[in-house]
Design a protein. Sequence first.
Length: 399
Amino acid sequence: MATDEVPRRWPTYATETVEWRSADAGYGPRSGRSAHTGPYEAAVPPRIADADVLLSSRTSALVVEASAEIARFDGETHAATTSFAALLLRTEAASSSQIENLTSTPKAIALAELGRKGRVHADEIVANVTAMTRALEAASHLGSDAILRMHHALMVGHLPAAAGRWRDEQVWIGGSARSPHGATYIAPVHPRVPGAIDDLVAFMGRDDVPLLAQAALTHAQFESVHPFPDGNGRTGRALLHAQLRHGGLTRQAIVPVSAGLLTDTERYFAALTAYRDGDVEPIVTEVAQAVFPALASSRLLIADVTAARAAWGERIRARRGAAAWALADLVMTRPVVDARLAADVLGVSSVNAQLAIDRLVDDGVLEQIGRGARDRVWQAAEVLAAMDRFAARSHRRVW
């Protein structure tokens, strides 16, 4: 055995034979029916609460370096005069959703946050913003109830009957929607879910595992248990952020790990498969390596927005202390606004909020979206362009 190799002592997933009872057995098409009948093999999750976490020296060093980079970035954002947490939270929610093929533009997402409905996937991404917010709020008391609240926030508008509840049916990945036969992965039967989550919560509570590695393994176990009928990936990645906050690696920064994972999603999914075979190295490596492009892109995003704000300072002609200046700070992280949002956040009347918007329009900071006279909305185009560039960088494999 090479000096850098470690034995695979992480528990592996077993399988159990389960009889399939098809809901459409009596009225579904006859053709191909035989391919969707009979027993199937469902995964059996191992207990990991007390499992030894053995990593190679190479992976351990990577985890240390990535953790140091996260701490450095958190220090930078903590010391900054402007908090970019809201902006980074939205970029991470969009990237995490994109892993599940839910894509939308920063502009459409911002419009959906203002209640402008009907944009493809944007509402679901906004729900992911809420779910991630709930995850960070629950960071001090992570447990099964907190996970259910995250999922409820994510799915209440799209799958209300199942939002915030453990699944009561079989789920699988790949293959046909008719049955689990031929699926790429068949999750554990639903009666096993509550016990598997309790075991996972116990693992999350350990303090003898490097935090970033622990968060990666928690994520992999959560994805493999697949406790919900939908929204598992987004909930699991929100849980990862909650762990980083819970363990103190971040204080207010959001590390858009999903943007790093987007650079090679096939490798990310392969790492989850390897995890179920008892190999923890790939998923820990994937999460740790994702930190570096994510933070590099985040620094560029912050630099772009900061430069835009500096340029605005030369153009804004309002008196110092006027609401227009506070509005300019707001649109650094909320680049699409209406008069109601401006009034609420700035704590001014709707009349003064509109005056501030008009001032920034005249000074070239904001521009109206569309030509409507009612329910008007304005955008900071330079900030949206910076967010578009962030999204484009997430698909590059070379940095």
